[in-house]
Design a protein around this ligand. Sequence first.
Ligand SMILES: Nc1nc2c(ncn2[C@@H]2O[C@H](COP(=O)(O)OP(=O)(O)O)[C@@H](O)[C@H]2O)c(=O)[nH]1
Ligand SMILES: [Mg+2]
Length: 229
Amino acid sequence: MAAMNAGGGAAKAKADLKLIVLGCSGVGKTCLLQRYIANTFSGTEAHTIGASLAMRKWGDLNVALWDTAGEEKYASLSAFYCRGASVAILVYDITDSSSFQKLQELFMPLLKGAGQSCLTVLVGAKSDLLGVKSRQVTKQQGQALAEQQHLKQLERAKTGGASTFLSSVTGKKSFFETSAKTGENVSELFKFIEEIVQSQAKVFKRDPEAFTVEKKIPVKEQHKGGCCK
Ligand SMILES: Nc1nc2c(ncn2[C@@H]2O[C@H](COP(=O)(O)OP(=O)(O)O)[C@@H](O)[C@H]2O)c(=O)[nH]1
Ligand SMILES: [Mg+2]
C-alpha cells in the first residue's frame, strides 16, 4: 500500500522518479489517482489526496506520484511542480472541450520544466459520462494530440543530446480514455506507464534527477467548480 500523507504538514520521501498529473481543475486528476492508489471513487467529498504526494514501488524504483493541489491555478507553482518530472499524465475531460483547449494552452507549455526525457501520456477522463452528456472531444483528436506531444518530447530529448528511451514508445499508444468512476482503463493506463518505466529502471537509477522531495502541503483543497478558476 502506498505511503500517503493526506493531511497537512510536510511530506518527505526519497524517490527515483517523479510522476505528475497535469490539467484543469475539475477534470478528474485526483479521482484518477485515487482510483489507481486506493481503487475507490468518491463523487462528493473534498479530496484530501489532492493535497498529497503518494509513493509507489515499481519493481526497485520508488515512484513519487504528485497530484496538483490547486497549483493548476497558479502557473508559477505549476512550473515548480513540473521540475524534473519523468512522467507526466495530461488530463482533460472528454465532455468539456475547453479543458482540452486549456490543457494545450496552459499546461503543456509547463513541460519545458520537466525532465528532458519526460514520458507524456494523454488521458481523456470521465468516459462513463457518455450516456449522460455528449462527447466534446473525439478519440481522433485525443490520439492526434498524444502523438504530436510525444514527437515534441522526443525532439526535445534528442536536441538536448539525451539518449532517450522515448524513441521506443509509440505516441499513438500514449493515449487512454478512462473513467475513475467505473475504473475503465485506469489500471491499463498505469500498467502501460509502469512497464515503460520498469524497462528503463537502470536509467532512472542512474539519473541525476533522482531527488528528495519535500513540500509544504496545504490542509485542504477546495473545489470551486469549472475549469481552472
Ligand atoms: N462521472 C465521473 N465523474 C468524475 C470522474 N472523475 C472525476 N469526476 C468528478 O469530477 C469532479 C472533479 O474531480 P477531481 O478528481 O477532484 O478533479 P481535479 O480537480 O482534476 O482533481 C468530482 O466531482 C468528481 O466526482 C469520472 O471518471 N467520472
Ligand atoms: Mg484535484
